[in-house]
Structures are given as structure tokens and as C-alpha cells.
Design a protein around this ligand. Structure first.
Ligand code: ATP
Length: 571
């Protein structure tokens, strides 16, 4: 994935590295010219003898300043692009991910994994790999080469010292790594506590939980602060040791340099140049250590993003037979399905004729939604066959199938956009047509009163609407779509009985001669459907018209009486 990102930005990367090498070459050359100016100036009789060199020195410094400024362009572009690109890759993964794998992940965790992983991925590529190649490598390389021109032994001592420091860092990294992973876990805990505190205001306020929640948060925060401080101190100790080592080298160079200059073996300019090069080489080596440790720790967070990106995909979305038209005959043949160890359906067979309406009824947890999700192609059967107009659903391209079905899931599918966007997405459809549909779902008057009307924002998952308004808005979408197959998973649970009855009548009228599959807990609302399928513990135990089932299916009769008495109480 990181490779793909790099390839996508290859010309920016080339430019960035080129500028990095150019800056370091110019600035190292600047030190050499400076040394020559110093040495010539000592022996010179007139300033004219060094003005040429001073001009070159000025040009070198000036060019470095300009390049440093220009460098910001590719650097900002690359670092921002990497994080955003990784997030876009993650979203595009969601568009293909296997639905069951998606359910297993959980939204909160997924968002954290993507956010942390994108930042870590950008850290690995930009802050470590590219920055090392752009800044540190050329600085260390040019400094060592230029130092070796002056004195090979000093270059070897610094290079050797660095290798030792690097090895020690590497050994201690395991210890640091443990501390860092503790911090990460504690941070995740902190984030979990604070997110639930922000989201569950009603539960926590009415149960007076905020005091305890804040205590937990404070404890976790204290632990993070303590561990982070210890980690920082240990990490910084490496640099203190290295700085000591460099200081000793500088003193030795100064003592021997002055002695050499006095004896005429070297010049003061060379001593100054050496000290500048030693200073110049110190910071990139120190920075490299920080980046190396960060890189190692970033890999943990990035690996979690990579695992998410490698999660199984729904291969049927694109591959398979194109569905150009659909009649709407649906058949289950000995279908079984389980959620891991939870067996949800076993050996289920039934058929739904094209153009008929069917209701799935049964107690909570009996397997109705699982059947619906199998028909919608979200879940994949483990055994048996699901035929859509005679073709196995696994042989169909789901994206083309979705052009012909409308599906309302149990959790009303309203999303964070306007009323209009929730009904037509971004299709250009006239206000009159939208209002006509809103009238059918008894929502026109409500929308006309909203500030912004059709363009009123409904909030996350439609929080600015009542539960019933959300469900009616979702109905408006399916009425607008007018597809040949309509799948409704408990679409009316939040509606009062009168609205529910009127809405179901509208739907059954509008979708006459189309295939309609409904799950409804209030049995009153599905009395008029062509067929009722009774589900119990993952099996079909009866099917037929309402009156037939009341006479022949004991379980249905029982269900009807139980629900009727509950509905009577709730009315
Ligand atoms: N994602 C899941 N992971 C594990 N088990 C699940 C999952 N979804 C559903 N189940 C289990 O599968 C069984 C059937 O669930 P399903 O949602 O199909 O029932 P249902 O008849 O639609 O129930 P309800 O009327 O309450 O919506 C239940 O035992 C449920 O706990």
C-alpha cells in the first residue's frame, strides 16, 4: 500500500530528493569556501584578494536559502497527500469489504485504526524514509566526505561512534517499544472512555455516571503522562550520551588543530571548517535516532491499517453476470448460514414469486434479518442455493443487481445530508416530484415547515428528525426509486398504528405487481400480503396466506395472539 502511495507521487518524490541533495551539497560547499576565505584572509594584504571567494560564498548561501524555501512545496504536498491518500484507500476498501468482516470490525474501532494508521503510514514514508533520504543521508554523506578530505581519522571516529550509538539504540528499542505500546493501549482506552462520554449523554446523565467516568479518564491520563515522560527521558539520554561524545571529539579536534596550526601542519580555517562539519553532522544523526525509534513504533499502528486493508472483500460486487432486468422471483433451496459459532439458518427452503408480496414473521432472533441480508447479497450463504430469477445470487454482479432492488435495513438508513440528498442522493429531480413523494409518506407538511425545507440538514443518522420521520423519509427514497424488488426490514417500528397502516397501504399499492419482502413485528400491518413465511429458530415452519396460517400453523396462531395482546396494550 505504501509502495502504491509512493508510485502515485513519484515525480514529487524525485523533486523532493533532488532539492534535498542540492541543499546539502551547497551548504557543505559553503563551509569549504568559508574555510578558504579564512585561510586566504590571514595571508592577504588586501580585501580584493578574497572578494571573489566571498561572492561565491554569498551565492552559495543565497541559493541554499532559496532552495530551502522551494523545498517546502514538495515537502508539504507529499506529507499531506500521503495521509489523505491512505484515508481514501481505506474508504475505497469499505466500498468493497466483505459485509461480515465489516460487522466484525465495529465502526468506532475502524475509524481509530484508519486515523492512526494513516498518520503512522505517512510517518513511515515521509518523516522516516523520505526525510532520511532527503535531509539526513546527504547531510551525513557530504559532511563525512568533506571531513575525510581534511582528516580521514576524524571521519572514521565519528562514523564509528555513530555505529555504536545506533547499536545501543537498537538494543534498547525493545524496552522503549514496550513502553510505547503501553502508551498506545492507554491512549486507546482514554479515547474509548471519552468517546462514549460524548456520545452517551442521556445514559450517563440520567444514571449519574459522569463523575466515575471522569475519574477513570483522569487515572488513564496520569498513567499516559508518567509513561510518556519516562520514555522521553530514556530516549533523550541517547542524545545526551552522543552529545558528550561529540563534545569530546570537538575538544580533541580543537586541541590538536591549534597545535597543528601552530606547528604549520594545518590552518585555523581547516580547524574551524572541521568544527563546523562536526556540528553539522551531529544533528542529523541525533534526528535519525528519533526518527528510527518513531518509525519502529509507527509500524505497529500502520500494521493494523494494513490488516484492515487486507480484510476479505466481496468479490461479487463487480464479478458475475450483469443484471440488466429483473422479474423478481426469489428462491431459497436448502440454505444454511452461521455467524461463526452461531447457527442462524438451517436448511431453509421457500420461494417468492415475481410480483408478489411476502412477509417474514417470527420471534426476535429467529433469523428473519439474516434471510433478508442474504437476499440483498450482503451476507453469503454457507450451504444451498439462493436463486434470483433462476440464477444463483453468487453468480450475479451485485452492483448491477443493486440497480434493481431497494433495501431498507432495520437501522433506518438515513445519513448526514439534506432531506433532498436522503431521497435522491445527487440525482437532478424536481422539487415537485420530491414533494409528491413526501406527500405520500405524510412528510410534506413537516418538511415545508423546516428551515431550508428540502435542503434542511438532517444531522448524523438523521438525529434532527423523530424516529418516525426518519422512517418516513426512508420510505420516500424507495418510492422515488420504484425498483422491481423491494426489501423492507422492520421499516415501521417507530410509527404510530395509523401512520403505519396508511404507509403500508401506500407501499403495497405503489409496488403492486412488484416483488415486496417485508419483515414486520406488528402482524396487523402484513395481513394483506400475498404470502406469510413463518420463521422459528432459523427454519421455515409454515407458509401461506394469513387465514390459511391461522387455521393450519399453530406457531403462527400463537404468535398472532401474543402480538395482538401486546399491540392492544401499546395502543
Ligand atoms: N453479526 C452477528 N454476529 C453474530 N451473531 C449474529 C449476528 N447477527 C445476528 N446474529 C444472531 O443470529 C440470529 C438471527 O438473527 P437475526 O437478526 O436474523 O434475527 P431476527 O429474526 O431478524 O431478529 P429481530 O426480529 O430481533 O430483528 C440471532 O441469534 C442473532 O443473535
Amino acid at each position: 500500500m505504501l509502495k502504491k502511495c509512493l508510485l502515485h507521487l513519484k515525480w514529487w518524490v524525485v523533486l523532493y530528493l533532488f532539492i534535498g541533495f542540492a541543499i546539502q551539497f551547497l551548504s557543505s560547499s559553503g563551509i569549504v569556501v568559508f574555510q578558504q576565505i579564512l585561510d586566504k584572509a590571514v595571508a592577504a594584504k588586501h580585501i580584493d584578494e578574497v572578494t571573489g571567494l566571498i561572492a561565491v560564498y554569498g551565492i552559495l548561501l543565497g541559493s541554499t536559502v532559496i532552495l530551502n524555501y522551494l523545498d517546502e512545496y514538495p515537502s508539504t504536498h507529499i506529507s499531506n497527500s500521503l495521509t489523505e491518500r491512505l484515508k481514501i484507500m481505506a474508504l475505497s476498501k469499505i466500498s468493497r469489504i466483505d459485509y461480515q468482516a465489516y460487522q466484525d470490525l465495529g465502526t468506532g474501532q475502524m475509524i481509530k485504526v484508519i486515523e492512526n494508521g494513516a498518520i503512522a503510514g505517512s510517518g513511515i514514508l515521509f518523516s522516516f524514509l523520505l526525510r532520511t533520504m532527503h535531509e539526513l543521508l546527504p547531510t551525513i554523506m557530504f559532511s563525512l566526505v568533506f571531513i575525510s578530505f581534511y582528516d580521514l581519522r576524524i571521519m572514521l571516529v565519528i562514523a564509528g561512534g555513530y555505529v555504536v550509538i545506533f547499536l545501543i539504540t537498537h538494543l534498547l528499542l525493545k524496552y522503549l517499544y514496550k513502553m510505547k505500546s503501553t502508551i498506545l493501549k492507554e491512549q486507546e482506552k482514554l479515547s474509548r472512555y471519552s468517546v462514549r462520554g460524548f456520545m452517551e449523554l442521556v445514559v450517563f446523565r440520567t444514571n449519574k455516571r459522569y463523575g466515575k467516568e471522569i475519574d477513570k479518564l483522569s487515572q488513564t491520563a496520569r498513567s499516559i503522562i508518567n509513561t510518556s515522560t519516562r520514555l522521553k527521558m530514556i530516549h533523550e539520554a541517547f542524545f545526551a550520551i552522543f552529545e558528550w561524545f561529540i563534545t569530546v571529539v570537538k575538544i580533541v579536534v580543537l586541541v590538536y588543530g591549534i597545535q597543528g596550526a601552530l606547528a604549520g601542519d594545518t590552518s585555523l580555517g581547516v580547524v574551524v571548517a572541521l568544527l563546523l562539519f562536526i556540528e553539522k553532522i551531529y544533528s542529523p544523526i541525533a534526528i535519525f535516532n528519533v526518527l528510527f525509534v518513531d518509525y519502529k513504533l509507527n509500524r505497529v499502528a500502520y500494521q493494523r491499517l494494513e490488516d484492515f486493508i487486507n480484510a476479505p472483500e466481496d468479490k461479487n460486487l463487480e464479478a458475475g453476470k450483469e443484471v440488466t432486468d429483473i422479474q423478481g422471483k426469489i428462491e431459497f433451496r436448502k440454505v444454511s448460514f452461521d455467524y461463526g459459532k452461531v447457527k442462524a439458518l438451517s436448511n431453509v427452503s421457500f420461494s417468492i414469486e415475481a410480483g408478489t408480496s411476502v412477509a417474514l414473521v417470527g420471534l426476535s432472533g429467529s433469523g428473519k434479518s439474516t434471510m433478508i441480508k442474504l437476499i440483498a447479497g450482503l451476507l453469503k450463504k454457507k450451504e444451498g442455493q439462493i436463486l434470483i430469477d433462476g440464477t444463483d445470487i453468487d453468480d450475479l454482479s451485485l452492483n448491477s443487481y443493486y440497480d434493481h432492488i431497494s433495501y431498507l435495513s432495520q437501522d433506518t438508513p438515513i445519513f448526514d445530508t439534506s432531506i433532498r440528498g436522503n431521497i435522491v442522493f445527487d440525482q437532478a429531480i424536481s422539487d415537485e416530484e420530491i414533494y409528491a413523494v413526501l406527500e405520500k409518506v405524510h412528510l410534506k407538511e413537516t418538511v415545508l415547515k423546516l428551515p431550508g425545507q428540502l435542503d434542511a440538514w438532517v444531522g448524523e443518522r438523521g438525529v434532527k428528525l423523530s424516529g418516525g420521520e426518519r422512517q418516513r423519509l426512508a420510505f420516500a427514497r424507495i418510492l422515488m426509486q420504484r425498483r422491481n424488488v423491494l426489501i423492507l426490514d422492520e421499516p415501521v417500528s417507530a410509527l404510530d398504528n395509523l401512520t403505519e397502516a396508511s404507509l403500508m397501504e401506500t407501499v403495497l399499492n405503489e409496488f403492486r405487481n412488484k416483488t415486496v419482502i417485508i419483515i414486520a413485528h406488528r402482524l396487523n400491518s402484513i395481513k394483506e400480503v400475498d404470502k406469510i413465511i413463518v420463521v422459528e429458530k432459523g427454519s421455515v415452519i409454515g407458509e401461506g396466506k394469513f387465514d390459511y396460517l391461522m387455521d393450519h400453523c399453530e406457531a403462527f396462531k400463537e404468535l398472532w395472539h401474543k402480538k395482538a395482546s401486546i399491540e392492544a396494550i401499546s395502543e
